[in-house]
Ligand binder design. Structure first.
Ligand SMILES: Nc1ncnc2c1ncn2[C@@H]1O[C@H](COP(=O)(O)OP(=O)(O)OP(=O)(O)O)[C@@H](O)[C@H]1O
Ligand SMILES: [Mg+2]
Length: 288
């Protein structure tokens, strides 16, 4: 047997010993996605040169050497209740839309009309107008339905766990996607293990898009853990933590760019306030 055949035989054995998906939407029947060890994306999905998109949230981009977040990356925006997680994501989508970048906001909690009502009332951001122009879409998904279907598929052990998100009827190709929130999604799952499996798929699917993705997590007011399961911050390419710190008589907000894989960034906490234009981040530095 020549070298080439030997190698082929070796590879063929190896292939049989594992379930490998090459990133196709559907897996062959009988191949349980949960057993996937390796996923390789076909060439055509490897994207054009990575491009950085500013978040356009106050002076947040100054915290990042490259001046923004990479397309195809996913950043976890996490913090205690009322710290401004939803505002951060929608501020990015709103200002992005004004600059000609399209955004999709996926809500697992609030109804879209309520989200829009709050945004126009609190910050004067008219998402209805942007939706009419086809620049933005605010949609709601029922997390329990997603959880049920994922858990059903996992129980069957036949179908693909690969969510249909990639095939989801998006009204346009988005430059930004925000998901509010992973905590709401996780609650829908009976078993945390299933949520984790789904989470991995979700991150992978988001990465497949060429968009800048923001996913919201929730923590305690004084976080010890940055997400519900502790897995989210490892899967994410970036982590932004919003703090609501107790001082003598009041609470002060500060944010921290805890992690960013793409480039150097500010490591210190930076004060911010929520005002009638959304986030107001006091930062002039660039000492990273
Ligand atoms: N115009 C405004 N000026 C100052 N603060 C505001 C204004 N509008 C909203 N806020 C504050 O923003 C906070 C809510 O922001 P947001 O809903 O984005 O937070 P969140 O972290 O998503 O909250 P939750 O945990 O409930 O999802 C509230 O504390 C609210 O008081
Ligand atoms: Mg919120």
């Amino acid at each position: 047997m020549d070298e080439e055949s030997k190698l082929e035989e070796k590879l063929s054995k190896w292939r049989k010993s594992r379930v490998i998906s090459f990133g196709d939407d559907e897996e062959a029947p009988g191949e349980a996605a949960e057993e996937d060890i390796l996923r390789l994306k076909p060439k055509e999905v490897s994207r054009a040169p990575i491009e950085t998109l500013p978040t356009r949230v106050s002076s947040f981009d100054k915290l990042i050497k490259d001046g923004g977040l990479e397309r195809g990356s996913t950043t976890l925006v996490t913090g205690g209740c009322g710290t401004g997680k939803t505002t951060f994501c929608l501020q990015s989508i709103y200002h992005g839309a004004l600059a000609g970048e399209k955004g999709i906001f996926i809500s697992f909690e609030e109804e879209p009309h309520k989200v829009k009502k709050h945004m126009v009332k609190n910050y004067g951001w008219d998402f209805d107008a942007l939706e009419r122009q086809g620049m933005v879409a605010i949609v709601k998904f029922d997390p329990t339905k997603i959880a049920r279907s994922v858990e059903g598929r996992l129980a069957e052990k036949t179908g693909s766990l690969r969510i249909k998100f990639r095939k989801m009827e998006l009204p346009f190709v988005p430059d930004r996607i925000a998901i509010d929130s992973l905590s709401a999604l996780s609650i829908g799952f009976e078993a945390e293990e299933n949520y984790r499996k789904y989470l991995r798929e979700l991150f992978e699917t988001l990465e497949y898009n060429n968009s800048v993705n923001l996913v919201i997590g929730e923590t305690e007011q004084d976080p010890q853990l940055y997400s519900r399961t502790g897995v989210e911050e490892f899967l994410a390419d970036g982590v932004v933590v919003l703090y609501n710190m107790k001082t003598d008589k009041r609470r002060e907000n500060a944010l921290e760019l805890l992690k960013l894989r793409s480039c150097a960034h500010e490591k210190r906490m930076v004060a911010y306030r929520l005002g009638n234009k959304g986030f107001d981040i006091s930062y002039t530095g660039g000492n990273y």
